[in-house]
Design a protein around this ligand. Structure first.
Ligand SMILES: Cc1cc2nc3c(=O)[nH]c(=O)nc-3n(C[C@H](O)[C@H](O)[C@H](O)COP(=O)(O)O)c2cc1C
Length: 198
């Protein structure tokens, strides 16, 4: 069976427009990354759950798997906060915590579980992992929300708005990193290395 990859790409495109900053801690090591996979994971309003999908290539993956805690933040598009939002996105989404402390320079406090809370974010939920699904290339985590807070003013920054304002040299570095990540994911699924959608 041949899959119409263009139709698949079209179906997925734009479904998750809000980037989230996911932070975590394990064994005294705190870290974070950006993700476009954040969302609610249940419908019970008095007992909210959250889900994120984290690629195994990323350092944060191992910390969440081992530590079992994470916080998921949304960023603000308010003009006063936009520079901070872009700083968070570039700091967490542009390099790996394996190469240095990416939280250094970001304003944080510690949540109930010890996870770093990004004070420059619009709001966040903090969670303890209740379940995880191993998908070879990534793990989908689900957690019980144990704390949540609105921190700043504004509306949620979407990825289109953010991408239009990010420096081209940062985007270039991100794409380079993304390519390495993609190859790792293909390897983890036993796929060849040149499966571009054309
Ligand atoms: C907009 C955006 C969305 C991303 N979405 C995801 C995602 O859903 N899952 C994931 O594992 N990484 C995602 N990434 C990539 C990680 O944020 C990036 O690889 C990061 O450098 C990993 O850092 P770490 O190794 O310190 O965990 C995204 C990055 C950006 C900028």
């Amino acid at each position: 069976m041949t899959v119409d990859l263009k139709a698949a790409e079209f179906t997925f495109q734009g479904l998750r427009p809000i980037p989230v900053a996911v932070t975590t801690v394990h064994g005294g090591r705190a870290n974070g990354l950006m993700s476009l996979s954040g969302g609610p994971a249940g419908i019970v309003p008095e007992a909210p759950r959250v889900t994120v999908s984290i690629t195994k290539y990323n350092f944060s993956h191992d910390l969440i798997l081992q530590g079992g805690v994470f916080a998921m933040h949304v960023l603000s598009n308010d003009p006063d906060l936009l520079p901070t939002s872009l700083d968070i996105l570039m700091a967490l989404g542009g390099s790996s915590g394996r190469d240095g402390d990416k939280l250094d320079g970001l304003e944080i406090k510690h949540g109930a579980t010890g996870v770093p809370i990004l004070l420059g974010a619009l709001s966040y939920v903090e969670a303890r992992v209740t379940g995880s699904l191993d998908n070879d290339e990534n793990t989908i985590f689900v957690g019980d929300v144990i704390a949540a807070e609105r921190l700043n003013k504004g509306r949620k920054l979407d990825i289109g708005e953010a991408w239009a304002k990010l420096p081209p040299e940062w985007i270039e570095r991100y794409e380079h990193n993304h390519h390495a990540q993609l190859e790792h994911c293909r390897g983890a699924r036993g796929l060849g290395s040149t499966q571009e959608v054309s």
